[in-house]
Unconditional design. Sequence first.
Lengths: 143, 146
Amino acid sequence: MNAADLVAPLAGGALIGLGAGLLFLLNGRIAGVSGIVGGLFSPKPGEVGWRAAFVGGLLLAGVALPPLLPHAFDNPTNRSYPALIAAGLLVGIGTRLGNGCTSGHGVCGVARLSRRSMAATLTFMAAGGLAATAFGYLMGGTP
Amino acid sequence: MKRQAAALLAGVVFGSGLVVSGMTRPDKVVGFLDVLGDWDSTLGVVMAAALVVFRLLRHIARARSAPVFEARFAEPTRRDFDGRLFAGATLFGLGWGLGGYCPGPALTSILPGGTQALVFSGSMLTGMYVFHLGERRRQRRATVTA
């Protein structure tokens, strides 16, 4: 990876941190996507609007940016539907059971030096590495 | 209304970051996690940048006695390690490495990401709902026993 290839990851990462920082500064909330969505399944008074608005913001970013970045949503991995369904179920159940995902544990939790989040992040990174490497090996290398 | 507008703004900025950084491309995520393949460092760079910026903003926020639109900061306080944390993180990691999507990029990709993103996200939301039903049942049973 050369210096020019670092611009998008650094700028994008900074925006992720900025979005999470805004939610914390303005609303005092941690931007953990799985927790924000999970809270919508057991709605409590005053807890629905901001959660739905944050998710709406994600969807809005998804529809607003493709004209500028036409390849941002390409998926050359071409996983089969059974693989995607299994993966989705694992991510949905796992993030709720483990109280967080890449955003809540991986970014916000690690930045807060939370022991739980650091342990969770090491665990899901290791499990992710295992799954991706094993799948890539069995399918004959990364697509 | 202000809280909702703030959350919408945060969501747009956060989601834009996911798109700009390449995290809505499952091949980049899998390229980082697959250590035997053609390794892609993108995910690591993105997380490091996000972490530094969030830590800085949290520091600035914490200098205030309260957030701008709420009475207090709602930060997780738990410090214990339990089986649920490790089991959950393991299941999540396996699904992440298999599908190449985590919750934020999956939701951001629902509208523009085609059938694959839609199938993954639908399945992910189903998983979250199934977990919610299981928890509710567990709590009800606990109340009955108590």
